[in-house]
Design a protein around this ligand. Structure first.
Ligand code: ADP
Length: 616
């Protein structure tokens, strides 16, 4: 549960290609400036010398009086250098067009006249200055508008030039995904000794779908397959195609498959395949849709075209159920391998893998750390280990201790503490009440996960955070789902009490997650007044059915906020005690909260006005 910051704060933005484009435009502009400066430097050499300046009339007078031996004209910069009879040099500037009359005057006075070649008037320079702005304009359009106008020049070239790489990754770099590894080992065997399979009349699947949430190591596994088999690895991402223009996605697919086929055997990895491979009927129409369709068709054509080759396509998705049935037909992605978030044993193995090259103090226990980190994926755990090493380095310690790991764990669950953030006393109090609401509800509700830690130190973008423990259970009971809704609403309920009925925007992300859960309860889990049924959520269908779904979601949410308000009203002494503690200590652990509750005497029971189980 996080206290949502007010809207309008800038978020971190990562957009590599846009940055490179900006850089290139920057370079082009700089280059142009340098050119302009170079050719427009006034006076060339003469200007740099310390030649005394005289007035034009003075200069003409001197010429007429025969005091000048030589006159050098630079019509480009409109400067004249006069060498006097005694050898001294003076210079003067003259207006546009007066060069010829100055020359005539000098010749008439028997002064030797020389002139500098006029650089700016050279036909090449003229051409350059005419073309430069045009060139800049073209550069601007290519770099900024290119992708939107179908001129995807940069991207196409890049993909053509992509180096062919055989990854160093091995199966030993993947931990806790033993089943996926053993299934993929067969693919490696096929790539290594295809004869064995072909002689036995076996056909290897052209495509293997890796299904699992982000960060579970699907890309890593695909690279490991290529690394183990010693074959090149090509990577494409489904989301790349969605924003590009008609024809680009399909042509990249063709390029990659052609290149892979030329090499004989290779692994082609398509990340986020659902971005192109979503079932066609469920898509809204639009130009992005057409591109998706083109790319998908091209992919199907390519996959049908290489049944006997050693090219295997691995694709990753979080949702196999949304894929177009054309993709999952035999001969295409007909093998599915699940890559789930790791369980406790898997997490231990991943932690141990990343501990290999790091020094840990003896008080570190990976088994118990794994027990406390349900829900974390391989990517999370790898960054947790890295964060703990950074923490140790920050403290100048040569080895990573349990304390460093704890600090890293708080960061990975709750975001980095922003100790320098300026928070007003009013906001601190509101945050303390809001978070205390979540924490107390989480502790008191029997079906809710217990709070691990609650803090009012701003972390990440949040004003305060309550970190809820999780569990490794795969099933979510209806009571647990309802308890989660109440815990989510308890932040707002506590604010309402603290501000005498008023409240802030701080609960926005609580509402978002509660609404998402309630919608799943209604449309997928059959945990609502609509009963045991699957419904389309109201984003997709209009009409009466969507109204009923909406009503059922609202019922669940209304009930949750009512229960949260009652829970707050029924447990004020505990809430007040926690708020006081938070305002002093800033962070309170779940155990400390338990002690606080025990000190208040009998642990208060949660009070509900509406029964949680009143639904049919
Ligand atoms: P996905 O493709 O499923 O989103 P990635 O393969 O990109 O996940 O994982 C990101 C990173 O997380 C990997 O490069 C690796 O460092 C780490 N990682 C994820 N899962 C594992 C795992 N099972 N074993 C070891 N490292 C893992």
């Amino acid at each position: 549960m996080r206290m949502t910051p007010p809207p309008g704060r800038p978020g971190p933005e990562r957009n590599k290609s846009r940055n490179t484009r900006l850089q290139m435009v920057g370079i082009a502009v700089l280059f142009a400036l340098v050119l302009v400066l170079l050719f427009n430097l006034p006076g060339g050499k003469a200007a740099k010398e310390d030649t005394p300046e005289v007035t034009l009339s003075g200069a003409v007078q001197a010429i007429k009086e025969g005091k000048v031996a030589r006159l050098h004209l630079n019509d480009g910069s409109r400067r004249a250098t006069l060498v006097l009879s005694n050898g001294t040099k003076v210079q003067t500037a003259y207006p546009v067009g007066s060069g010829p009359s100055l020359t005539t005057t000098a010749i008439e006075a028997d002064v030797k006249v020389t002139a500098a070649p006029n650089k700016a008037s050279s036909p090449w320079m003229g051409l350059l200055f005419t073309l430069l702005p045009v060139g800049l304009l073209i550069a601007f359009f290519v770099f900024f508008m290119g992708p939107k106008m179908g001129m995807n020049v940069g991207k196409m070239n890049k993909s053509r030039r992509a180096p062919i790489e055989v990854p160093e990754t091995r199966f030993s770099d993947v931990a806790g995904s033993d089943e996926a590894v053993s299934e993929l080992a067969e693919v490696v065997e096929f790539l290594n000794t295809p004869e064995r399979f072909i002689n036995a009349g076996a056909r290897m699947p052209n495509g293997v779908l890796l299904v699992g949430p982000p960060g579970t190591g699907k890309t890593l596994l695909a690279r490991a397959v290529a690394g183990e088999a010693g074959v090149p690895f090509f990577a494409l991402s489904g989301s790349d195609f969605v924003e590009t223009f008609v024809g680009v996605g399909a042509s990249r697919v063709r390029q990659v498959f052609t290149a892979a086929r030329k090499l004989g055997s290779a692994i082609i990895f398509i990340d986020e395949i659902d971005a192109v491979g979503k079932a066609r009927s469920s898509q809204a129409s639009g130009s992005g849709n057409e591109e998706r369709e083109n790319t998908l068709n091209q992919l199907l054509v390519e996959m049908d075209g290489f049944s006997d080759s050693g090219v295997i396509v691995l694709a990753a998705t979080n949702r196999a159920d949304v894929l177009d049935s054309a993709l999952t037909r035999p001969g295409r992605f007909d093998r599915h391998i699940t890559v789930p978030a790791p369980d406790r044993v898997g997490r231990t193995k991943i932690l141990e893998l990343y501990a290999r090259d790091r020094r840990f103090s003896r008080d570190v226990d990976f088994v118990s750390l794994a027990r406390r980190t349900p829900g974390l994926t391989g990517a999370d755990l790898s960054s947790l280990m890295n964060e703990s090493a950074l923490e140790a380095a920050r403290h100048g310690s040569g080895e990573i201790t349990n304390a460093h790991l704890q600090a890293a764990l708080s960061t990975s669950y709750m975001g980095r503490a922003r100790t320098s953030a300026v928070v007003t006393e009013r906001d601190r109090r509101i945050t303390a009440w809001h978070e205390a609401g979540h924490a107390v509800a989480a502790m008191l509700l029997p079906h809710a996960d217990d709070p691990v830690s609650v803090t009012i130190v701003p972390r990440g973008v949040a004003g305060g955070v309550t970190w809820m423990g999780g569990n490794d259970n795969s099933f979510l009971t209806r009571s647990e789902a309802e308890a989660r809704l109440v815990v989510a609403m308890a932040g707002r309920a506590a604010e309402e009490y603290h501000l005498d009925g008023d409240y802030t925007q701080g609960a926005a992300s609580d509402f978002a997650s509660a609404t998402a859960l309630a919608t799943s309860m209604v449309t997928e889990f059959g945990m609502s007044p609509l009963g045991p049924t699957t419904r389309s959520s109201y984003g997709h269908v209009g009409g009466a059915q969507s109204d009923r779904v909406g009503e059922a979601v609202d019922t669940l949410l209304d009930q949750a906020i009512t229960n949260a308000r009652n829970l707050v009203a029924g447990n004020l002494p505990l809430l007040e005690a926690l708020v006081r503690e938070l305002l002093v200590e800033e962070t309170v652990s779940g155990q400390e909260l338990s002690v606080l509750a025990d000190r208040l005497g009998d642990r208060p029971a949660p009070v509900y006005a509406t029964e949680l189980h009143q639904l049919p």
